[in-house]
Design a protein around this ligand. Structure first.
Ligand code: PLP
Length: 379
């Protein structure tokens, strides 16, 4: 436990509370949690599902058969990927839960996990919790933020079991070309690794870009599993519903861990998620437009603040380079002090995040505009 860093967002909440106690109207551009409500069609489905007494009993461990079939149907409609709902799909209580449980499933003490140089904190802390080791794959401007697995030392590879990648990427907001997925699949095959693709932002691509599934790529099913979540796609972060799919052995093993520690997600929530995935997708298109408009607003203002960024290809973030002369933690502290705006230091996302901050687009337009104005004035 002593090896765990404080959970990033708990630390941000603490700083925000301190500033608010001084009477400052703090605007947080910190958190990756959609500000918009869950679409009404999904709430209506939940309202119906909750009245059915059959749903009040223990759910099925792996997710109900209809839920798994709906996940497979969604994968087919969205990506043209055909999956067996009985062996290649597993319901999850949010993808964070599934990702964390990969560690007891696949990692022994001192085994390595290959983790992107910046990424979702659980890819590394999941290993810390059970005595596993982390090797960070370099990720930077020069390699287009595509985690460089090929430079992994042989002695690490000899003890490596699992490798995480995630595109569109949180926090770097880049997409990966499909050739990168193909190289990752080949590498995982060669070194006998479980390849894990976290596709949390599959529905949030900009400028017409629709992110792919790694399962579209040849051979992916031999070595990879992929995580999808209703959280960002359907503004359902509080509902805790997601699924894993792909390699049947890996799905089975993860399912064994889960059946020993949890009892699945409330069946009514699974039914609401079925509506989310299989109902009309217009709300998803609208949400994408809102984030894209906010991205453009941020990109236009950044130069006047002294920050620069690539055009985000997707996700709900802008990953911005900070001015010379500060660490990213110092810069984030300065922004909070001078402008009352919270943005996480890039270094909190892994060793390659130094020199960057992450700006969340999950902030109402007027608050986002005000935060940018305050920063332009103060910095
Ligand atoms: C938000 C996020 C998740 C967590 O999703 P849940 O399904 O809500 O647990 C996983 N991975 C990444 C990269 C995320 O940004």
């Amino acid at each position: 436990m002593a090896n765990l860093p404080p959970y990033l967002f708990a630390e941000i909440d603490r700083k925000k509370a301190l500033k608010e106690a001084e009477g400052v109207d703090v605007i947080s551009l910190g958190i990756g949690d959609p500000d918009m409500p869950t679409p009404q069609r999904i709430i209506d489905a939940m309202a119906t599902a909750i009245t059915d007494p059959a749903n009040h009993q223990y759910p099925a461990y792996a997710g109900s058969r209809p839920y798994r079939a709906a996940c497979a149907e969604w994968m087919d409609r969205r990506f043209g990927v055909k999956l067996d709902p009985d062996t290649e799909v597993l319901g999850l209580i949010g993808s964070k839960e599934g990702i964390a449980h990969l560690f007891p499933a696949f990692i022994d003490v001192d085994d390595y996990t290959l983790v992107p140089g910046v990424g979702y904190p659980v890819y590394s802390t999941g290993g810390v919790l059970i005595g596993g080791k982390t090797h960070y794959m370099p990720m930077n401007e020069e390699n287009d933020w595509l985690a460089d697995f090929e430079s992994t030392p042989a002695e690490v590879l000899a003890r490596a079991k699992m490798m995480f990648i995630s595109y569109p990427n949180n926090p770097a907001a880049v997409a990966a070309p499909v050739e990168y997925f193909d190289r990752a699949v080949a590498f995982a095959k060669e070194h006998d690794l479980l390849l894990v693709h976290d596709n949390a932002y599959s529905e949030i691509g900009f400028d017409g870009y629709m992110p792919p599934s790694i399962m579209e790529r040849p051979g992916a099913r031999d070595v990879a599993i992929e995580f999808f979540s209703c959280s960002k796609a359907y503004n359902m972060t509080g509902w805790r519903i997601a699924f894993a799919c792909g390699n049947a052995d890996a799905i089975k093993t993860l399912g064994i861990v889960k059946s020993n520690v949890d009892s699945g997600q409330f069946t009514a929530i699974q039914q609401a998620a079925m509506e989310a995935m299989l109902g009309p997708q217009d709300d998803v298109a609208e949400m994408r437009e809102i984030y894209q408009r906010r991205r453009d607003m941020v990109l236009e203002t950044l130069p006047s603040i002294g920050l620069s960024a690539r055009r985000s290809a997707g996700t709900i973030y802008v990953w911005a380079r900070i001015p010379e002369g500060y660490t990213s933690a110092e810069y984030a502290g300065l922004v909070l002090d001078k402008a009352g705006v919270i943005m996480p230091a890039g270094s909190a996302y892994g060793p390659d995040g130094e020199g960057y901050v992450r700006i969340s687009l999950a902030t109402p337009d007027d608050r986002l505009a005000e935060a940018l104005q305050r920063m332009a004035d103060a910095l």
